[in-house]
Every structure is written in structure tokens, then in C-alpha cells.
Design a protein around this ligand. Structure first.
Ligand SMILES: [Zn+2]
Length: 358
């Protein structure tokens, strides 16, 4: 049966939810477990109940609204996140949540019964802008993060995630554990520039890239900028600068869709008239192919070692890794690819691997 969503209703819902935490520039600032997040959640829950969904909230504040199926089968789950980064856009997360709601409203309009229950899901703190790590609500549900560790995550002001969940009234009674799910569907804006560059309106995510995060601490000798001759310097920032340049070369050496980023530098003492004695920096390496990340980490180790020796600084490295993830089984990806192929007027075989969301 052909069903059509109500586009106007979806747009109105997007606008109404987007007013909560709206920035002067028309963007969105609705950080996880703030008062704005609570107001956004309250509105969503109100809409979910109005659509006849049975709403359940788990111990991580993840919200689930169930539309029963004809048979006692695992649900088809749809959704996203309702939190944003400090200067986010209105489509990131909101689109996935509200398209799930619109799909359910459309099933209701058409009085369509489904075999499987349909569940709308809103996951807590997916962005990770306020509490780290990101994707903490879904991470606990997937059994990847311990509930207590999640509760003990603190924001910049030292506020505990568990306390903030309770404060906004979203510390629910349901267990936050892996559950059988028939399929999970999420519509998400593209976070990179590729679809836009190619004038495409839609694509299918095929997987999540493997990521390596390294924290480097470079320790040189802090000294006066005036009296210390150049030949006697052990400058941690000069070493860091060489590493930044070197990291930029890593993707070129590895090839594929590898990307590498130094996004953070903390320089001490960070004043104009002292040779920097210490730099703490981050290195973020990502690739769809896990072996590429492994090779990149090897190149980074070599780079840090050689640079530190050349500048006479000491170094300390700690690295954490995450694996690639395939985005589910062909039976759920297949229809999505078919829809997108129609949109693009191409066959799926011409597709390049897509960039993952976060
Ligand atoms: Zn998002």
C-alpha cells in the first residue's frame, strides 16, 4: 500500500520543537539534560502520547514510544537524539526523531496495523557535547558502557549525569539493556559536505568508521624567551607543530578514506615570553577500514618518537580505539538503498562508501 507522510505536519513539528533552545541565528542550543532538553523531551512525550504511543523511559533517560503490532514480535525501532551541540542546527537529531513520529502518525492516519510493534526512540546525550563520551544513552543500552560509569560522567561544571537526569525528571524505571529489535532505522542529516557537493538529497550509511584517539603529552624545558640561546632549547610547542604537520601527511600515506585531525593543543605556560615547557595534544584518526587505522597509529608512533628525539623533548602517549561497525543487515539496508537509488537515478553499485553520522 502506498502511504504518504504529511509534510506540512512534519515541518510544523520541526519548527515547534526547534523553538526550544533556538539560538538568535536560528540554530539550536539544547545540550543534554539541561532545562531546554527537558522542555524538548516534554513536548516530544506529549506528542508521542497524543499519537497513542505507550511511553517508557529507561534508567539512562532514553525514551521509547511503542505502537503495538499484531504479533508479539521484536519491534521495528526508529528514532535519533533530541540533544544538540552548543551551536547546532535544527535538523541534527530532531529530523530523525520527528520523521519517526511522522511515520507513526501516518500509520495512524491510514489505520494501518503492522505485524511488528513500531517503537520511536530518543537516545540521551548522543552528541556528547555536555557529557563524554558521546552516544552514552545508546552505549549503555548496547551494553558497551556500564550504567554507573555513565551516571558518573561530569560536565564542565562538575555536574553529574545521573544527578542531572534525576533533576529534569527523566531518570526512568525501565532497565537500560540490550533488547531484541527487528530493525533500527534512523534518518539523519549528512554531517559532512559530500552529498551537498554532489547535489544529492539522500544517501545510505553503510557503516561507522574505526576511530583512534590519542592523547600526547610532550615535555620539554620551560625557560625564558630572552636569555636562552636557540641551540639550547627543548621546545614542546615546536615538537607539537612538527607533529601537527606530520599527522596531516598520514592520510596521504595510507590512502583510502582515511582522515586525521589534531583538534586540541594545551600549551603551558602559554605566555608570550616563555619557551613552552609542556604541550598536551589530541590526535584523531579515522578510516572505514580498520587496518588503515592500525597502520596510521603505527605511523603516528614513529612520528612522535622521531620528532621528540629531534627536539629533545620527552613524550607520553595514550591511545584508545573503536572498531568499525556495519550498519545492519541487507534486509533493512536494501529498501533504503532502493529508495535512494530512485532519487539519484542510479544503481546501487555505483555508490561510494558513505560518511558516518555522529
Ligand atoms: Zn546527530
Amino acid at each position: 500500500m502506498q502511504m504518504q507522510i504529511n509534510r506540512k505536519r512534519l515541518e510544523e513539528s520541526m519548527a515547534a520543537l526547534g523553538r526550544i533552545g533556538e539560538t538568535p541565528a536560528g540554530g539550536l542550543s539544547r545540550l543534554a539534560l539541561t532545562d531546554e532538553d527537558r522542555r524538548g523531551r516534554d513536548l516530544l512525550v506529549e506528542w508521542m502520547r497524543a499519537a497513542g504511543l505507550t511511553v517508557a523511559i529507561d534508567r539512562m533517560g532514553n525514551i521509547f514510544g511503542e505502537r503495538p503490532g499484531r504479533e508479539g514480535l521484536p519491534p521495528v525501532m526508529m528514532g535519533s537524539h533530541a540533544d544538540s551541540v552548543p551551536t547546532g542546527g535544527k535538523y541534527d537529531g530532531q529530523l530523525g526523531v520527528l520523521c519517526a513520529l511522522e511515520a507513526i502518525r501516518t500509520l495512524n492516519d491510514n489505520k494501518t496495523a503492522t505485524r511488528h510493534p513500531v517503537v520511536m526512540a530518543i537516545f540521551t546525550n548522543e552528541e556528547g557535547a555536555r557529557f563524554q563520551p558521546a552516544m552514552i544513552g545508546s552505549g549503555v543500552m548496547a551494553g558497551q558502557i556500564a550504567l554507573e560509569d555513565a551516571y558518573n560522567a561530569r560536565d564542565r561544571d562538575g555536574l553529574r549525569l545521573g544527578d542531572e537526569l534525576e533533576r529534569i525528571g527523566y531518570l526512568g524505571p525501565e532497565l537500560c539493556i540490550p533488547r531484541p529489535i527487528r530493525a533500527y532505522l534512523e534518518l539523519h542529516i549528512e554531517q559532512g559536505p559530500i552529498l551537498e557537493e554532489q547535489h544529492l538529497s539522500v544517501g545510505v550509511v553503510e557503516g561507522i568508521v574505526a576511530i583512534s584517539w590519542s592523547k600526547l603529552v610532550l615535555t620539554g624545558v620551560q625557560d625564558h624567551a630572552g636569555p636562552t640561546p636557540m641551540r639550547m632549547r627543548k621546545d614542546a610547542l615546536v615538537a607539537a607543530a612538527d607533529i601537527v604537520r606530520g599527522v596531516r601527511e598520514i592520510p596521504r600515506k595510507i590512502g583510502g578514506d582515511m582522515v586525521a585531525t589534531v583538534g586540541r593543543l594545551d600549551v603551558a605556560p602559554n605566555i608570550p615570553n616563555a619557551i613552552p615547557g609542556k604541550v598536551t595534544m589530541s590526535v584523531d584518526l579515522r578510516a572505514p577500514d580498520e587496518h588503515h587505522v592500525t597502520r596510521a597509529v603505527g605511523l603516528l608512533d614513529r612520528l612522535v618518537k622521531d620528532t621528540a628525539r629531534a627536539e629533545g623533548v620527552r613524550y607520553d602517549t595514550s591511545t584508545s580505539r573503536s572498531s568499525t561497525l556495519s550498519s545492519g543487515r541487507p534486509r533493512t539496508r536494501g529498501p533504503a538503498i532502493a529508495v535512494c537509488s530512485r532519487e539519484r537515478g542510479t544503481t546501487p553499485s555505483t555508490w561510494r562508501p558513505s560518511v558516518p553520522p555522529a
